[in-house]
Each structure stands twice: as structure tokens, then as C-alpha cells.
Design a protein around this ligand. Structure first.
Ligand code: P70
Length: 458
């Protein structure tokens, strides 16, 4: 594998935002006040914020300029048409419905086509997708290939759908499947890509059983970059061209525009089917707003139109994915256990191997996130048993195979020096791992509990 340690960022920085250094004592106080949950911190008390790559990217000069052109008409804003055209340039679905973020698109779609008795397959449902499917009393099933559940197994497309498992499900239940979903890249499985070959296989099955194929496409450009660099015969294509082929295989998409399109807020639902679109627009009006703005301001749609274009710049994605990989290589060189190969938007620390002495019920990945914050002020996100929630039938914890702590890299925000600091801090807590104790959960909300749960040190 080719290896590069220094990646040229294809930009220079023209506006800076100060970050605050804190003392260990200040961090201890802040973390305790937050109930050992990093979502509860004031961002001012964070040194390097790797909680999420969602809405946290740096907008470009051109995006800020476009904001000045925002037209705030309630209906028929020219900003909507610029946004719609930018979407259709890559995803030529007839209907493009703006929403304030990705989960609103999910809520609307599943309200329209989900419901009791329905079942939705996906490579891996992201938290909000699963929650929105289940909220309609439909069932959400994850059919990623087995390699996608094993942190150490190397596979170029660990986000691929298990086609045999999908076929088996469709043979039995096709009539109950409103749509097959594929998440690109597969966030919950480590930000792992899906190959074109696999998407074509899913399409063939969908055609055979007469079921539509939808993309949860938040990180479409990153997925396309992996196709370009890993899939035979794709190396000479532009990322935009690969994205268009991905789109051509699908019937629709839900989208959080806070990821690859580098907007601070926004999303969309896009689809071909007229009747479904009509139902979704009705629901949109009920919950989000008129169909030419969804929950967005005209200026947001302007920033999005430019961000969509910038997201498929090959130079941008090379640097973006190269930076994530750089951090992954530093950690790998120091024998820190991470999900391999490194995915598109984040490094996923393997908390099971990091803290083999902490039982899963004692929240190893949450513990790791807390220790990292205490050491340096870096904020990460738990992606393990706390995030997995409970089985609605038995009331017991889901015990996911992957117990991970995610270091999510915002786009165009941090430098290589920041990545060095992150790697050094992870090494510090890794060196001290044997003395580390786990946590106990002392408050647990009903939905998506990881956002607001509170913990105490054991
Ligand atoms: C993250 C964010 C959002 C997301 C996603 C995929 C593959 C849909 C969405 C929803 C934010 C997040 C949200 C819930 C739990 C943890 C983190 N992912 N599909 O950090 O989009 O946030 O715009 O409603 O990754 O990964 P939105």
C-alpha cells in the first residue's frame, strides 16, 4: 500500500478561531459536571473537538460569499433552485426535498412508507435511521458482510451488504420491504466504504424483487474516493463521475448535508417516485416547512450548493482522507488498537482491546472517551454499548460486537500538528490503561440514550 505522511491541504487558512487550553483540574471539574458524558461539556472547555464531523466543517470563502446571495422568499426562492440544481448535478432524482438535517428526511420518508409489519434492510442502520424506522413500529435489520463486524479484518469494502443475506430476506419478506437502504460510507461499521460492484449486486436483487433502493448518502464523496483508489478499473475516473454512477443505481436518498457537503446545517430527501414524493411533501409541510425551503434559510441552501460542488473535488478528498489516514498510521505505529483499515471520516479506537479488563457493562468506550478528555481536552464519541441502547422487547442492553471510541475529523478544520497531539494523547492513556477503571450509568433517557446519559466512575 502506498503511504504518505504529509498531505498538502489544498487551501490556506484566512480566518482563525482560538481554542482554549485547560488545566487537568478544570477538565476534571467539567467532566464531572457533565456526568462523564462528553455531550454535556461546554465546547469552550474542549481543546480539539473530534465529537463529530457533522456540521463542524470549515466553510470556504466561496460558501461565505454565497451566503450573501441568500434569498429568503417563503416560496420559490432562487436559492432553492440553485441548491436543487447542485444536488441534481450529482444525484439526478426528479424530486429534491430540502430538510433541516438528515434525520428529518428519514422521519418523513419512514412516516410515509414504514409502519407495523414492514422491515427495512440496510448494511448498518445509523442510530437515527434505526430510531426513525422503529418509531413507525417497522423493523430495522443490519446485513453488512461479516468482515464489517470484525475490527481487525482487512477488507477494502467492509461496508458492503451481505448479498446472500439480503437475497434470503427478500425471498421471504419482499412484500414487507418498502425499500432497501445502503449507507455510504457505513458510519456505524467504522466509516467503511461500499464498492460499486456491491451496489450493482444490491440493485440486481432490488430489480428481481421489485423493491426500491435508497442511499443514506451522507459521505458519498468519501465513499467514491475509496472506489477510485481501491476498486479495479476505477482509478482514472473523477470522484464526481463515480458519485453519478452510484446515484444511477438508486431510486432515492436521504441525506445529511452536514457531512460531505460541508454545510453547518441542512439535509435533503431525493427520489424518483411521484406518488411517494407527494406523500413526503405533505409531511414536510406538516413538520419542516414549504417544499422550497424545508427547514432551511435561503442562505443555508446557497452555502450547500457550493459545498456540494466542493465536496467532489479530488484534491479536497485526497487531503481529507489522507489526514484521517495519517492519524491512523501514527496510532498503528504505536500499536494502539483501531479498526482497520482506516475509514473515511474517523479513527475508531477498539475499546475492547484497549481495555481488556473492563467488562462491556462498565462502558469501556465511554471510559476511553472520558480518559482522553481528562488527559488533553480532546473530545471523542462513544460508539459502543451506551450508543447501542436497549432491546425494546427484553429491556436488556444491546451488546454490540463493536465497542468503539470515535475520533471524528471535521473537514478542513484541523492541521497535521493537531493530529500529532491527538495521537500523543491517545498513547498517554494507552500507556496508563492498566490502572483505568470503568463507569456505571446513573441516568438513562428513553431515546438515543448516549446523548444525555450520565455516568459515575466505578
Ligand atoms: C455523526 C452524525 C449523522 C448521520 C449519519 C448517517 C450515516 C444519518 C445521520 C443523521 C451525528 C450523530 C447523530 C446521531 C448520533 C450520533 C451522531 N451522524 N445517517 O456524528 O443526520 O445528524 O443530520 O440528522 O452519520 O455521525 P443528521
Amino acid at each position: 500500500m502506498d503511504r504518505w505522511h504529509t498531505i498538502i491541504e489544498p487551501f490556506r487558512i484566512h480566518s482563525v478561531e482560538p481554542i482554549r487550553l485547560t488545566t487537568p483540574d478544570e477538565r476534571q471539574v467539567a467532566l464531572e459536571a457533565a456526568g462523564w458524558n462528553l455531550f454535556g461539556l461546554h465546547a469552550d472547555d474542549v481543546l480539539i473537538d473530534l465529537l463529530t464531523d457533522s456540521g463542524t466543517g470549515a466553510m470556504s470563502r466561496d460558501q461565505w460569499a454565497a451566503i450573501q446571495h441568500g434569498d429568503e422568499s417563503y416560496a420559490g426562492s432562487p436559492s432553492f433552485y440553485r441548491f436543487r440544481d447542485a444536488v441534481q448535478e450529482l444525484f439526478p432524482f426528479r424530486h429534491v426535498i430540502p430538510t433541516h438535517q438528515g434525520r428529518a428526511a428519514e422521519k418523513i420518508l419512514f412516516s410515509a412508507v414504514g409502519g407495523p409489519g414492514k422491515i427495512v434492510p440496510n448494511n448498518t442502520h445509523f442510530d437515527t435511521t434505526r430510531a426513525n424506522v422503529e418509531f413507525t413500529s417497522a423493523e430495522a435489520v443490519d446485513l453488512v458482510i461479516p468482515e464489517g463486524r470484525e475490527p481487525q479484518t482487512i477488507h477494502p469494502f467492509k461496508g458492503n451488504m451481505d448479498l446472500a443475506a439480503l437475497e434470503a430476506l427478500l425471498i421471504e419478506r419482499a412484500a414487507d420491504v418498502p425499500a432497501v437502504f445502503v449507507t455510504i460510507t457505513n458510519n456505524s461499521g467504522g466509516g467503511q466504504p461500499v464498492s460499486l460492484e456491491n451496489l450493482r449486486g444490491v440493485r440486481t436483487l432490488c430489480d428481481r424483487f421489485g423493491v426500491p433502493l435508497f442511499l443514506d448518502a451522507c459521505r458519498f464523496a468519501e465513499n467514491a474516493w475509496f472506489i477510485k483508489t481501491r476498486e479495479p478499473g476505477q482509478a482514472d475516473r473523477e470522484v464526481a463521475d463515480i458519485v453519478r454512477e452510484i446515484a444511477s443505481l438508486a431510486d432515492g436518498m436521504t441525506m445529511s448535508a452536514k457531512k460531505d457537503p460541508m454545510a453547518n446545517i441542512g439535509g435533503w430527501l431525493a427520489l424518483r417516485d411521484d406518488e411517494w414524493a407527494e406523500r413526503c411533501r405533505d409531511l414536510l409541510i406538516l413538520t419542516e416547512g414549504f417544499p422550497t425551503y424545508g427547514g432551511l434559510a435561503g442562505r443555508d441552501m446557497e452555502a450547500l450548493a457550493i459545498g456540494i460542488e466542493e465536496s467532489v473535488s479530488d484534491d479536497h478528498i485526497r487531503a481529507r482522507i489522507g489526514q484521517v489516514r495519517y492519524l491512523g498510521e501514527l496510532l498503528t505505529d504505536w500499536d494502539i488498537p483501531i479498526v482497520q483499515p482506516v475509514g473515511g471520516h474517523a479513527i475508531f479506537l477498539d475499546a475492547r482491546r484497549f481495555y481488556p479488563h473492563i467488562r462491556q457493562d462498565e462502558f469501556p468506550a465511554q471510559t476511553l472517551a472520558a480518559e482522553l478528555y481528562l488527559d488533553s481536552g480532546i473530545r471523542s464519541m462513544e460508539r459502543g454499548i451506551a450508543s447501542a441502547g436497549r432491546d425494546p422487547k427484553t429491556g436488556d442492553h444491546h451488546r454490540p460486537k463493536l465497542e468503539l471510541t470515535r475520533l471524528t475529523i471535521p473537514r478542513r478544520v484541523y492541521t497535521q500538528a493537531h493530529m500529532d497531539v491527538v495521537a500523543e494523547s491517545v498513547k498517554m492513556i494507552h500507556d496508563a490503561r492498566e490502572q483505568t477503571r470503568g463507569l456505571r450509568m446513573v441516568y438513562e433517557p428513553q431515546y438515543l440514550r448516549f446523548f444525555q446519559a450520565r455516568f459515575e466512575r466505578l
